[in-house]
Design a protein around this ligand. Sequence first.
Ligand code: NAD
Length: 292
Amino acid sequence: MARIGFIGLGNMGAPMARNLVQAGHAVAVFDLSHAAMEAVPGATPAESAAAAARQTEFIFTMLPAGPQVRELLVGTGGVAAAAPADAVLVDCSTIDVATARAMSAESGRAFLDAPVSGGVMGAEAGTLTFMVGGDAAAFAAVEPLLRAMGRAAIHCGAAGAGQAAKACNNMMLAATMLVTCEAFVLAEKLGLSHQALFDVASQSSGQSWSLTTYCPVPGPVPGSPANRGYAPGFSASLMLKDLGLAVGAAREAGLELAVGEQALEVYRRFVEEGGGGVDFSGVVRMLNRSAA
Ligand code: NAD
């Protein structure tokens, strides 16, 4: 049994913390929302983030973005300072690479950036994929806990490598989704049915996860969000956030991303037109309108 602090109990954090409790660990929780803390039965609510970090071996954070995580860990939140000297800080939020590296240097504790893939369903089912940057010994220590919340945990390299992997992966996802949507729009214009395109491309070189698991048009993949009015799933606003992190990291590295930047612009327009709460595959509707 490990002694764990868990801070940030939103859509992702609450089910992750529940899985740690279910695996038999002692979990102290904190969230700005009192109601959120009640969503983790069996955990001990703490009075502050720093209080949740005291007398623990591992402190998980699952917060909206980099500024909140930094403020909480090394700013006025005082979490790193309150944590025992040999505790491991594990930030599972999706944030920018530079902030992850800065916190690794500033926290005075072992720090791992460990963003996830798999969404709310993966968090609830305990099937997340963790991509982890930071010290190898700290990763080995935390791996059994990641296994209680996910089915894969990959050590990607030094501090920031987990966030780098997340940014690259989600940029690939956005680009393959957009071009898959465009292919269905084009097929329609050319008189080719959705099902025929799916049958061909799913067995040809156009195959991708965006097509065969998450097909953006209704019909070919019954479980995809297209069949439930594009209810998320993974919202377009979260995809826009992740594309911003990828393009931002590229700019800091002096790199121009022709396709990644274009994908960012398309999702920005979709969100501006009111699509933020729609599943990211729902962008096909905007592309269809543009084609009409
Ligand atoms: P959310 O908005 O549902 O939850 C965030 C929680 O953090 C809220 O309960 C909020 O009250 C709490 N919080 C904010 N600031 C705080 C502070 N200073 N102290 C304590 N609690 C604080 O967000 P989410 O959907 O759970 O996402 C969390 C992270 O996971 C984000 O970085 C997101 O990009 C990433 N992520 C989300 C998904 C998804 O499908 N939702 C998938 C992969 C990754």
